[in-house]
Design a protein around this ligand. Structure first.
Ligand code: EZ4
Ligand code: CO
Length: 402
């Protein structure tokens, strides 16, 4: 079963996506998500120039060997561009293997460990009253877990709070837009928002919050401690986590669980976080952490240390990534939660898929392979548009993290 064609498809049905489609000599196709938000064309070029020529003629059944070949063969290991490109190849090869076997990929990963994949949605609004209305909307839709983000009084905009509630898109301008951030205002306001949400919705609803890497460790300790009465499922990305040992400092001050990893590309980015039990949920994803093969390795390490999965699932992760994620989520022993931001109707049309949402759970496809494809004719109608993530400055103009 040889790879005879490999196409890199760039499309923008509401936002940019890069997709790799592989074709074998016996007519099977496989797809992999290769989208790296704001840096899409870097991955597209990496694939087109450096990976596709090496794939033609290779045995499509050799998933592990191809992963090792692309990882070790590049010499330049790790990094988001490389690992996203490898992820696309790996995901497409799992799709092909499932089709060749006549089974959904989760069966090849060991079969079901649960009945459905618990997901969380994003409730966000400028005001606390607005937040309460948004949380209610997700509860009405059947969600069992909701991420809560509120505007901060005194700040014009806040990352994670949007005008379009169901289809939030943070990559808003070709050149990064700039916002103003105040840690003091945020730390004062956030516990008050959660007090109202907990009061309104009671103890059973799982609540989450994303700090978007904006705090220092001791500030994060203070936030976590102040949120303890509201029993969050997790506090996400409290600090930029390049310095893995900084999480020891946060852990000393709070029992609020911590989720990190949406920007990680490999097991080496979270090895210490996991082995020292400095986090509770690892948010690495199929598309940005080397595909199904490597993400399963991360989740297996996490399982040894009582860390559960909590994969990133924002709109910049295409339905191809979401399809793949669900096969892993349903099969691994240490699944925690899956983020689920809904895609626009245009995106869903370009990527026909049959995972579905019911009663707070997503259910993976039962089709052979991943159960997702790309409509290349339709994709061609949505040309690429440069779109970058914003940056934050403190009130005195200092460049801050997001
Ligand atoms: O900033 O997907 O948890 N979700 C997030 C997202 C990310 C974007 C980055 O591409 O933090 O909003
Ligand atoms: Co996040």
């Amino acid at each position: 079963m040889k790879i005879v064609d490999a196409r890199v498809i760039v499309t923008s049905p509401g936002r940019n996506f890069v997709t790799l489609k592989l074709v074998t000599d016996d007519g099977l196709t496989g797809v992999g998500d290769a989208t790296l938000n704001g840096r899409e064309l870097a991955v597209a070029a990496y694939l087109t120039e450096h990976v596709v020529p090496a794939l033609i003629g290779r045995d499509a059944s050799r998933i592990e060997d191809t992963w090792q070949y692309l990882y070790k063969g590049a010499y330049w290991r790790r990094g988001p561009v490389t690992m996203t490109a490898i992820a696309a190849v790996d995901t497409a090869l799992w799709d092909i293997k499932g089709k060749a076997a006549g089974m959904p990929v989760y069966q090849l990963l060991g079969g079901r460990s649960r009945e459905g994949v618990t997901v969380y949605g994003h409730a966000n609004a400028e005001t606390t009253d607005g937040v309460l209305a948004e949380v209610a909307r997700y509860v009405d839709l059947g969600y069992k877990a909701v991420r809560v983000q509120a505007g901060v009084p005194g700040l014009a905009t806040t990352y994670g709070v949007s005008g379009d509630k169901m289809f939030y898109e943070p990559a808003d301008a070709a050149i990064p837009s700039e916002a103003v951030w105040s840690t003091e205002r945020y730390l004062t306001h956030t516990p008050a928002v959660f007090a109202r949400v907990r009061d309104e919705f009671g103890p059973q609803l799982r609540l989450l919050h994303d700090v978007h890497h904006r705090l220092t460790p001791i500030e994060a300790g203070r936030l976590g401690k102040s949120l303890e009465p509201y029993a969050l499922t997790w506090m996400e990305d409290p600090t930029p986590a390049e310095l893995q040992e900084s999480l020891r400092l946060i852990r000393r001050h709070t029992t609020t669980p911590i989720a990190i990893g949406e920007i990680f590309s490999s097991i080496w980015d979270c090895q210490q976080l996991i082995a020292e039990q400095l986090i509770d949920y690892i948010r690495a994803t199929v598309v940005h952490a080397g595909g199904i093969t490597h993400l399963r390795r991360i989740f297996d390490l996490a399982a040894l240390h009582q860390v559960r999965s909590g994969s990133h699932g924002a709109t910049d992760l295409s339905p191809v990534c979401m399809s793949a994620a669900l096969h892993l989520d349903i099969s691994i022993p240490n699944f925690g939660l899956q983020e689920y931001m809904r895609h626009t109707a245009e995106t869903d049309a370009v990527f026909p898929h049959d995972y579905h949402f019911a009663d707070g759970y997503l259910h993976p496809s039962e089709e052979p392979g991943l159960g997702v494809d790309i409509d290349e004719e339709l994709a061609a109608q949505f040309p690429y548009r440069p779109a970058a993530l914003p940056v934050n400055r403190l009130e005195d103009g200092t460049l801050h993290s997001w």
